[in-house]
Write a protein that binds this ligand. Structure first.
Ligand SMILES: [Zn+2]
Length: 217
C-alpha cells in the first residue's frame, strides 16, 4: 500500500517522535477498542430500556400493557374516539378533564370495544384482550421478530394464542385499534374460528364502519 510505505520512510529518522506517536497511537487504539466494547454495552442498555417491566391497566374488556408512561399518553392521544353516539359526539359535560389518564383511557377503550361488538353484532362475555403498547416502529418490530422469527411487515397485529394486540403508539388510530379488537371478538365469539380471510374481511368492515350508523338486520 502506498500509504504504509510513506509511513516507513519517515519513521526511521524521526525515532523519538514516532515512539511518542506510537504511544499516542496505542492510546488511540485503546480508546477505540474501549469504544468498540462499550458501544454494544450502550446499545444493550437501550435494549434493556425496552425490557422495562410491563405495567398494566385493567379495564372492563381489555388489559392495556405499557412500559413507560409516555407510551400510555401517546396511546390516549392517538385513539381519537369518544364514548357516546358512534364515537363522534363529545359530551359537553364530559368529566374527562377531572379524570385520571387511566380512568379516561379505560372509558374510551371499553367504549371502542363495545362499538366493535355492536358493528359485528357479536356481544358475548369473552376473555379480556391484552393491548401491548410499543413506543415506536423499532420496538414493535423487535416484538414481532421475537414472536415470529422474521422481520415485521405490518403496522399492528392480533395474536389469538396470546389474546394480544400489538400496537405502535406512534403509528396508530382508532380504526386500527377497532380492527384488531375485531379480530379478538370474531375469534372468540364463534365456536369455530373463521378462516383467516373471512376474519380479515369482517375486521376490515369494522374499521371502515367505525363512525357510520350500524345497519340493523
Ligand atoms: Zn386484520
Amino acid at each position: 500500500m502506498p500509504d504504509s510505505s510513506f509511513d516507513r520512510s519517515i519513521a526511521k529518522p524521526l525515532e523519538t517522535t514516532m515512539s511518542l506517536k506510537s504511544h499516542f497511537k496505542r492510546i488511540a487504539i485503546l480508546v477505540w477498542v474501549g469504544l468498540f466494547f462499550l458501544w454494544p454495552c450502550a446499545a444493550a442498555q437501550t435494549e434493556a430500556g425496552d425490557d422495562l417491566p410491563w405495567r398494566s391497566i385493567e379495564t372492563k374488556h381489555t388489559i392495556i400493557r405499557y412500559q413507560n408512561a409516555d407510551d400510555l399518553e401517546a396511546f390516549d392521544e392517538q385513539i381519537d374516539y369518544s364514548p357516546g353516539e358512534r364515537g363522534l359526539v363529545k359530551s359537553l359535560f364530559s368529566s374527562s378533564e377531572s379524570k385520571s389518564l387511566p380512568e379516561k383511557l379505560a372509558r374510551k377503550i371499553d367504549a371502542l370495544f363495545e362499538r366493535v361488538q355492536e358493528i359485528l353484532d357479536m356481544r358475548k362475555k369473552m376473555k379480556k384482550v391484552k393491548i401491548n403498547l410499543y413506543g415506536n416502529k423499532r420496538q414493535l418490530a423487535a416484538a414481532y421478530q421475537k414472536l415470529y422469527k422474521k422481520s415485521c411487515g405490518v403496522r399492528s397485529w392480533y395474536l389469538y394464542e396470546f389474546k394480544t394486540i400489538y400496537s405502535n403508539v406512534s403509528d396508530l388510530h382508532a380504526g386500527m385499534m377497532a380492527h384488531e379488537m375485531g379480530h379478538h371478538i370474531i375469534d372468540h365469539y364463534l365456536i369455530i374460528r373463521p378462516p383467516r380471510a373471512t376474519a380479515e374481511i369482517l375486521a376490515r368492515y369494522v374499521d371502515k364502519n367505525l363512525y357510520k350508523k350500524v345497519r340493523k338486520y
